[in-house]
Design a protein. Structure first.
Ligand code: 5GP
Length: 220
């Protein structure tokens, strides 16, 4: 009996767009990978980019690495639902990536900058925007220095840019301060679970209220 009732109360819904933005060095990529690994029904949006592939990256898995010519041609065809130029390279998300995932009822995680997040919000007002912050500007500086990939001047520039990007925070729905990885992944997971339970996302036409002492058959 209880099983029947459970079946009656499962709703279908469109997938959720979960957008993460963060200043470089805030730990967003690690958080995103951990969240995907631990969450069912959550896909990863693979962006197109013109920036060179890093050694550890795989084409078609981390990004679709394309030439500037290919990127601009896709842009001309209207393939991107959002795009931006970040650190001199182009980045964009195709409409088909988003639509095919959401239509299957699967949620989609996007790691995009603040310009892209705002464009997506305009097309998908129901998207969930999460801003990841470092615990302090000093810690951000320490992390950037520990990475050992930037010169002093580049580090100063990244911090300035990070502070600039953080102005967009007020337009986001949630903010997670990434101090401890476990706690931050837990917070992101909780945000997604709460959004999945939002009544406005459920297809209520599937709701059947059972008559008293009966199963959940549709009344004729
Ligand atoms: P990275 O080159 O370090 O992977 O990413 C650089 C920046 O580009 C990050 O802030 C990342 O969030 C952003 N980014 C990655 N993919 C996209 C995308 O498809 N669209 C936009 N707007 N930004 C992106």
């Amino acid at each position: 009996m209880l099983d029947d009732a459970d079946q009656c109360l499962s709703f279908s819904r469109r997938g959720i767009l979960l957008i993460l933005s963060a200043p470089s060095g805030a730990g967003k990529t690690t958080l995103a990978h951990e969240l995907i690994a631990r969450t069912s029904n959550l896909g990863w949006s693979i962006s197109h980019t013109t920036r060179p592939r890093r050694t550890e990256e795989v084409d078609g898995k981390d990004y679709h690495f394309v030439s500037e010519e290919t990127f601009l041609s896709l842009q001309d065809q209207g393939a991107f639902v959002e795009w931006a130029q970040v650190h001199k390279a182009y980045y964009g998300t195709t409409r088909t990536t988003i639509e095919s995932t959401l239509n299957m009822g699967q949620d989609l995680l996007l790691d995009i900058d603040v310009q892209g997040a705002e464009q997506l919000r305009a097309c998908y007002p129901e998207a969930v925007l999460v801003f990841i912050l470092p615990p302090s500007w000093q810690k951000l500086e320490d992390r950037l220095r520990a990475r050992g990939t930037d010169e002093e001047e580049a580090i100063t520039q990244r911090i300035r840019r990070a502070q600039e990007e953080t102005r967009a925070l007020a337009r986001y729905d949630y903010c997670v301060i990434n101090d401890q990885l476990e706690a931050s992944v837990g917070a992101l997971h909780a945000i997604l679970c709460a959004e999945r339970a939002r009544v406005s996302r459920l297809d209520l036409s599937l709701l059947r209220i059972a008559p008293a002492h009966s199963t959940c058959d549709t009344p004729s």
